[in-house]
Design a protein around this ligand. Structure first.
Ligand code: G1P
Length: 279
């Protein structure tokens, strides 16, 4: 097994029902934050971390995601020489830098199942997972995934990004408990998917960034349906955690929950004020 993390998996088959009616015909990952679709922020973060193989685990009716990372020759011809071609430089650069592929998740059986679908692309290598709903920024420093790739070199085990959330919010997340080995770095001893507030082991919530060792695929296969009747990545990871092989990392930066309307609005305001765009 190589040490290099090359592949980033994006589970994007979900229906985005929290954003209806906006997501009736448009995938939620294609909703713009200012002028870029949410998914592009995620792919930019993966590319900036040096990951060159992008794998979308996609569902029916969501081809717009694949189309966004393909050429649009008619459009390019139309805008050639107008100055507007600059607006496509970012996404075109990602298409050159990365090999982008997609796999269909045939049934909505949960996040663990979605990640398991990526095995034929990932193979026997450590890999990353980005949930694009969680938009992460770290102005002036490395992106969250780049921080985790760096940490992997030291720990060589699975890593989940964590954040303290208000106690009354823990039931929306995977929640961990563990021993803080170094500042912001926890050796995970317990993790529970969306626990009731009074049963949560802490207020340290897993956010949508994972770095996983490939034995997770076999563990996913062995994982029975859990919370909500779905195959949960949290449950598969717990089996690695029982062997002391999962780190929780309090990342540097900000996270916006773009799966909720308030988080999406906050992200939009933040990006409009703080991130530059070509005029
Ligand atoms: C998923 C995971 C959960 C994690 C969350 C982060 O839940 O199952 O453990 O805390 O992502 O965004 P979802 O938000 O997809 O329901």
């Amino acid at each position: 097994m190589t040490d290099t993390v090359r592949c980033c998996v994006f589970p994007v088959a979900g229906l985005g029902t929290r954003f209806l009616p906006a997501t009736k015909a448009v995938p939620k990952e294609m909703l713009p934050v200012v002028d870029k679709p949410l998914i592009q922020y995620g792919v930019e973060e993966a590319a900036a971390a040096g990951l060159t193989q992008i794998c979308f685990v996609n569902g029916r009716h969501k081809q717009a995601i694949e189309n966004h990372f393909d050429r649009n020759v008619e459009l390019e011809q139309q805008i050639a020489g107008s100055g507007k071609e600059l607006l496509l430089e970012g996404v075109n650069g990602l298409m050159e830098q990365c090999r982008i592929s997609s796999i269909r998740q045939l049934q909505a059986k949960g996040l663990g199942h979605a990640i398991g679908c990526a095995e034929p692309v990932v193979g026997n290598e450590p890999f990353a997972v980005i949930l694009p709903d969680d938009l992460c920024v770290n102005p002036g420093g490395d992106g969250v995934l780049a921080q985790m790739v760096e940490l992997y070199k030291r720990y060589q085990c699975s890593i989940v990004a964590i954040e303290e959330v208000p106690m009354d919010q823990v039931n929306k997340y995977g929640v961990i408990a563990g021993t803080e080995e170094a500042e912001g770095i926890y050796r995970i001893e317990a993790m529970v998917e969306k626990p009731p507030v009074d049963q949560a082991p802490s207020n340290l919530a897993i956010i949508g960034r994972y770095l996983l060792t490939p034995d997770i695929f076999e563990l996913i296969r062995q994982t029975p349906p859990g919370k909500g009747g779905e195959i949960q990545i949290t449950d598969a990871l717990m089996k690695q955690a029982e062997q002391g092989r999962v780190i929780g990392y309090k990342f540097k930066g900000l996270r916006f929950d773009c799966g909720s309307v308030p988080g999406y609005v906050k992200a939009t305001n933040y990006c409009f004020e703080n991130l530059s765009r070509p005029d």
